[in-house]
Design a protein around this ligand. Structure first.
Ligand SMILES: C[S@@+](CC[C@H](N)C(=O)[O-])C[C@H]1O[C@@H](n2cnc3c(N)ncnc32)[C@H](O)[C@@H]1O
Ligand code: SF4
Length: 458
């Protein structure tokens, strides 16, 4: 970027809209969850579910890693032996039974997502045992989408073979950055060849759909290092890519203090890197989807985006249209028609509740009509970059004219070139895409109280 006027505009937009805002993987966000929702509520809501709610999705959380990446914002713990993982799996199987016992009908599963932490810390037998238990207690279709987040540094051929045999058909690999200097600054040494072998082995075993996670805003990243990383990433021919902006929240994740502030690129440098990355991915034939995803045009996610069916959930952007998500494992979040629910984040507490025969949900939020209305506006903005407020209001039996405060805030954003508003239709402009979280924040009725607890907006 050389044009001074362009830099001035960017700096002005960052100053106004680059403040701390949620990533809106849900609305209300997890910051709003409280003990007002508990295991008894969850029990009641599970009992009310039926096959008429459609195929459900399942999220399994595996909170273990071999080594701590200093930027990590996930709920995980480093373990040096396998015993804690085996113990965890025993309780996970018990949790699947407890949830299945609480249901009134046997439900069908359309999608399973293993996240973490590092799900490939599970042994091949443990991974298979979890999927077998799901298949025992639910209808798990042969064609179900089974996705696993994978750390290529701890990926073995045996594990890949077991995963492919158990029906895993998508893998999402953590890459972040290929530059050795950046890798040293984040405590994650991972040469290109290691990732290339992992991708080749996964595809060779029949796990065809490969997503690579990259990050921008990491310490010691520069435009040059990001360009080099993207060149190497493209040579691996992924189907999908995520480019997550580093959420630096050391007040929540104290280990992030190991990253020197002086090594972090500033907001303008981050934005310039993100825009350059998007340019390079698009030039290579990827479609930019939502805030931070890219996919080949023939990939299902690109198709869903084109038809405005793409969804957003805790795993990011997805084709998953299920109304119900059941979460298993410590800290896992579930979504029911009535509420978000979250399991105890602490493994010992999660375990104690299961071993006492109770569901391990400890927090959540019941969704009122205003939450559901605002959630749909925010999700459409995050996914489609436009929303017809009158259409959404009609679906929720509400009057769009009530959004007076929101319209005044949008008028300011319109003057700054981030959105256009024509009657009830809000469009995020190409310039505004990087600030879409701030556009969504206009509709967030909880933000005033908690705005400072999130990472910066760009
Ligand atoms: C559970 S990890 C992926 C699997 C495996 N643990 C690994 O890292 O290879 C999920 C992804 O979240 C992203 N991530 C982790 N911490 C983050 C943070 N503080 N800000 C933004 N993205 C983050 C990384 O891109 C990471 O690959
Ligand atoms: S980024 Fe992945 S491997 Fe690194 S600590 Fe976090 S969950 Fe573990």
């Amino acid at each position: 970027m050389t044009d001074t006027a362009e830099i001035d505009t960017l700096d002005r937009l960052i100053a106004r809209y680059g403040g701390r805002v949620p990533r809106y993987t849900s609305y209300p966000t997890a910051v709003q969850f409280s003990a007002a929702v508990d295991a008894a509520d969850y029990h009641q809501w599970l009992a009310a579910l039926g096959r008429a709610d459609g195929a459900i999705s399942v999220y399994i959380h595996v909170p273990f890693c071999a080594q701590l990446c200093w930027y990590c914002g996930c709920h995980t713990k480093v373990v040096n032996s396998h015993a804690p993982i085996s113990d965890y799996v025993a309780d996970l199987l018990a949790e699947i039974d407890l949830v299945a016992d609480a249901l009134s009908e046997r439900l069908a599963i359309g999608l399973v997502h293993f996240g973490g932490g590092t799900p490939n810390m599970l042994s091949p037998d443990e991974l298979t045992a979890i999927l077998d238990r799901l298949a025992e207690r639910f209808d798990l279709a042969n064609e179900a989408d089974i996705a696993v987040e994978v750390d290529p540094r701890v990926l073995s051929r045996d594990w890949i073979a077991a995963a492919a045999h158990a029906g895993v058909n998508r893998a999402s690999l953590g890459v972040q950055d290929f530059c050795p200097d950046v890798q040293a600054a984040i405590n994650r040494t991972q040469p290109y060849e290691l990732v290339a072998h992992a991708v080749e082995a996964l595809r060779g075993a029949g796990i065809e759909s490969i997503n690579l996670d990259l990050m921008s805003g990491l310490p010691r990243q520069s435009l040059g290092s990001v360009e080099a990383t993207i060149g190497e990433t493209l040579s691996l021919a992924p189907d999908r890519l995520s480019l997550f902006g580093y959420a630096h929240v050391p007040w929540l994740k104290p280990h992030q203090k190991l990253i020197a502030d002086a090594d972090l690129p500033d907001a303008r440098a981050r934005l310039v890197m993100q825009r350059r990355a998007a340019e390079l991915f698009e030039a290579a034939g990827f479609q930019r989807l939502g805030l931070d995803h890219f996919a080949r045009p023939e990939d299902g996610l690109a198709g869903a985006a084109a038809e405005q069916h793409m969804r957003r959930n805790f795993q990011g952007y997805t084709t998953d249209a299920a109304n119900v998500l059941l979460g298993f494992g410590a800290s896992a979040i579930g979504r029911l028609p009535q509420a978000y629910v979250q399991n105890a984040a602490d493994v010992a507490q999660w375990r104690a509740q299961i071993e006492a025969g109770g569901l391990p949900v400890t927090r959540g939020i019941a969704l009122g009509p205003s939450d559901l209305f605002r959630a749909e506006i925010i999700e459409r903005l995050m996914c489609d970059f436009h929303v017809d407020l009158a259409d959404v209001a009609a679906r929720h039996g509400r009057a769009p004219a009530n959004l007076v405060r929101e319209r005044a805030m949008l008028a300011e954003m319109e003057a700054d070139g981030l959105v256009t508003v024509a009657k009830s239709v809000v469009h995020v402009t190409p310039e505004g895409r990087d600030f879409v979280r701030s556009v969504c924040a206009v509709f967030d009725r909880y933000l005033d109280r908690d705005g400072l607890r999130h990472a910066q907006g760009v």
